[in-house]
Ligand binder design. Structure first.
Ligand code: KMH
Ligand code: ZN
Length: 273
């Protein structure tokens, strides 16, 4: 089986130090968390950034500071900024990090309830606009899909030329408003993407490690990190994103699957090596 690509979603936009004191806010904290995840085996850093007080921002200068600091500590890691940002941000605000021309960025493929009264809005025109801009800048999108219909949207927009193949999907399972985190649902998602696509799996909250284990045996890839889950085991807060990545590395090796380096991840994803 192909080696396992581990993505570390180190920060997110919604989780705070109230959930886990180790959630990074400052440039220094973000760079340190990225380094711990990288040293543990992550080849991709999925990046949101914050102001020092913890409020989410998509400010291009803040992204640049964080990316520079991460690159200094993790020389060859793939950095994947979020274009999802936080619930309620405008498209212009969300798009800022793509102008730094990262290798990858997220492309959210539909609108989704996001718990409570929150709605994460991605209209068809938004997805087209983001897809087209990423194409133009040579950025590989990671297609964030919270439900099966979002896979269909991505395929439709691929057929219309907004998204290039081979496509790389992130199945986000277990959001309140998205598809559930069950084996049946994961298999359904994996069987719904075009041949030649790759996928990674994000299980929200307590679903993080069970979904990771399933993806490892199915030949998919794995995303873990504070953005999605702050616990290393039931009731025990993780000390760092590195600890979460390390647990995935151990599960994968136990199951006989080796971990991809960033260069190997580039090859698997069709990025420039
Ligand atoms: N924070 C969520 C509203 C992405 O990074 O592209 C959106 C999100 C998805 O995290
Ligand atoms: Zn994100």
């Amino acid at each position: 089986m192909e080696k396992l690509i581990i993505t570390a979603a180190i920060c997110g936009a919604e989780v705070t130090k109230k959930h886990n004191i180790n959630v990074p806010y400052t440039v220094e904290e973000i760079a340190k968390e990225a380094q711990l995840a990288y040293e543990a085996g992550a080849s991709i850093i999925h990046l949101h950034v914050r102001n020092d007080d913890g409020t989410p921002t998509q400010d291009i200068n803040r992204f640049k500071q964080c990316i520079d600091a991460i690159k200094e500590r993790c020389k060859d890691v793939i950095i994947q900024p979020s274009t999802g940002g936080a619930v309620g941000m405008s498209n212009e605000e969300r798009l800022q990090p793509i102008y730094l021309k990262p290798e990858m960025a997220t492309l959210d493929c539909g609108t989704c309830n996001f718990g409570g009264d929150d709605i994460f809005v991605n209209t068809e025109n938004t997805i087209k606009e983001f897809g087209q801009k990423m194409l133009k800048l040579g950025i590989k999108p990671e297609l964030e899909v919270f439900d099966k219909g979002m896979i269909d949207m991505a395929i439709r927009l691929h057929n219309k030329g907004y998204i290039k193949a081979p496509m790389h999907y992130n199945f986000v399972l277990g959001v309140n408003g998205g598809i559930s985190a069950t084996a049946r649902d994961l298999v359904f998602m994996a069987e719904s993407i075009p041949k030649g696509s790759t996928f990674t799996v994000t299980g929200i909250g307590k679903n993080q490690f069970p979904m990771a284990a399933l993806s490892i045996v199915m030949g998919g890839h794995v995303r873990v990190g504070f953005e999605d889950n702050v616990y290393i085991s039931k009731g025990v807060l993780a000390k760092s994103n590195g600890e979460l990545v390390d647990k995935v590395v151990k599960i994968s090796r136990e199951l006989g699957r080796e971990i991809a380096s960033p260069q190997e991840a580039r090859k698997i994803l069709g990025l420039k090596e």
